[in-house]
Design a protein around this ligand. Structure first.
Ligand code: AMP
Ligand code: GLY
Length: 431
């Protein structure tokens, strides 16, 4: 098979690396890819939002299966365009991608599916939104732009003053452009956040091993929000009972409702949930693998990823064997550029990746990297996802940081506490 992975981050490098191990796969392309996907596969110089260019390439090269990593091409309808031409693709249609692209769409589906989610009101005018706030007692709330804002559209506010500021940023200053032409004001929920990812073919739902992201820039979950500074797999937050509850009360009703709405969901359904005192509530959906969650999860997958994703694309997930997982837990530490998540320099040469890759159980996934004169250089905020398997989570962490220490570039940094939450969680469980 010839396979095309669309995207250029750590998630796409992990997908490509895993797909390449399949006996079904002869060639893996990545568009546009990074220095890591160039080493493990073949990069194609087409942007992940150039829908026409991608379709043309897939058609000309007779690609047998396309896998779409990021949300932008999904929400722009890449899957629909490929399927129209009879090409096989793993990912949701444009209509189904609204589960990520529109908070209002998602609220409507959740209501129809009878799945618990925070109470909310929608607004398209700042005056009306502010007037409505003033009728409520001052306190925390969450203001969310309706559309895709690269993870920055949800603003958790401690009080009405902050909420008014958030409303103005979205509806008056138009900080998120068209994505913020409507917003919702939502009840602020309190509890532990967990996420579940499942492979779905419209009918069959196969949950993946669980993982936990680290969204804040600094140790101890301090500092600004980022795309994710590291993740580990599995997480003790999600017990077997909780997984069953999530499948029964969230995933099945949502997949069923999407069918009733004639927008069957196929691809990765990623549910972001809050475990509140009164039970679980859905915060959001993503319609793709998480980044960096994909890296530690795919590192543990023993089954053939190409076989699974092909089966999903052909709507026959019910026929595949149960997924097999490496018993060993995994940890992924993101190495970032100085200044990220703010502005940063690019083009810094990176050394030591090969030495790190040689360590037992370690794989360095590239994210924002680019080859310049044959040398891997930094080319983004999140640069590498250094991922390791270990006999237990502490061993996996030790190995990941041992690999991190072998890698250098000017201005490189990372969080030092990826996976430490597990210790706290295990301690609370045993207390
Ligand atoms: P979202 O894009 O909707 O997932 O929101 C991003 C982040 O904002 C979540 O991961 C939560 O940490 C936080 N968040 C979103 N909605 C709520 C809510 N209703 N109550 C508390 N925190 C929230
Ligand atoms: N790591 C969170 C995300 O991919 O959205």
């Amino acid at each position: 098979m010839k396979v095309l992975v669309v995207g250029q981050g750590g998630r796409e490098h992990a997908l490509l690396w895993k797909l390449k191990q399949s006996p079904l796969v002869d060639t893996v392309y990545c568009a546009p890819g990074n220095a890591g996907t160039a080493a493990d596969g073949i990069n194609v110089d087409i942007s992940d939002t150039d829908i026409r260019g991608l379709v043309k390439f897939a058609l000309n090269e007779k690609i047998d299966l396309t896998i779409v990593g990021p949300e932008a091409p999904l929400c722009a309808g890449l899957v629909d365009e490929l399927e129209k031409l009879g090409l096989k693709v793993f990912g949701p249609s444009k209509a189904a991608s609204q589960l990520e692209a529109s908070k209002l769409f998602t609220k409507r589906i959740l209501r129809r599916a009878n799945v618990p989610t925070a109470r909310f009101e929608r607004f398209d005018r700042a005056e009306a939104a502010i007037a409505s706030l003033r009728t409520l007692e001052d306190g925390p709330c969450v203001v969310k732009a309706d559309g895709l804002c690269a993870g920055k559209g949800a603003i958790v506010c401690a009080n009405h003053e902050e909420a008014i500021d958030a409303i103005k940023r979205i509806l008056v200053d138009r900080e998120f452009g068209k994505a913020g032409s409507e917003l919702i004001i939502e009840e602020c929920l309190v509890g532990q956040e967990v996420s579940i990812l499942a492979i779905v073919d419209g009918h069959t739902i196969i949950p993946l091993e669980t993982s936990q992201d680290h969204k804040r820039a600094l140790d101890g979950d301090l500092g600004p929000n980022t795309g994710g500074m590291g993740a580990y797999c599995p997480t003790p937050l999600i017990t077997d009972e909780l997984m069953t509850e999530i499948v029964e009360h969230v995933l099945i009703p949502v997949v069923h409702t999407m069918n009733m709405e004639e927008m069957p969901f196929r691809g990765i359904l990623y549910a972001g949930l809050m475990l509140t005192e009164t039970g679980l509530q859905v915060l959001e959906f993503n319609v793709r693998f998480g980044d960096p969650e994909a890296q530690p999860v795919l590192m543990r997958l023993k089954s053939d990823l190409a076989e699974i994703l092909l089966a999903a694309a052909e709507r026959r997930l019910d026929q595949i064997e149960p997924l097999e997982w490496d018993e060993r837990p995994s940890v992924c530490v993101v190495m970032a550029s100085d200044g990220y998540p703010g502005s940063y320099e690019k083009g810094r040469p990176i050394t030591g990746i090969e030495n790190a890759d040689e360590l037992e159980g370690v794989k360095v996934f590239h994210a924002g990297t680019k080859l310049i004169n044959g040398v891997p250089c930094s080319n983004g905020g999140r640069v590498l996802g250094v991922t390791a398997l270990g006999d237990n989570i502490f061993d996996a962490k030790r190995r990941a940081y041992e690999a991190v220490r072998k890698i250098r570039w000017e201005g490189a940094w990372c969080r030092k506490d990826i996976s430490d939450k597990v210790r706290e969680l295990l301690e609370t469980e045993n207390a």
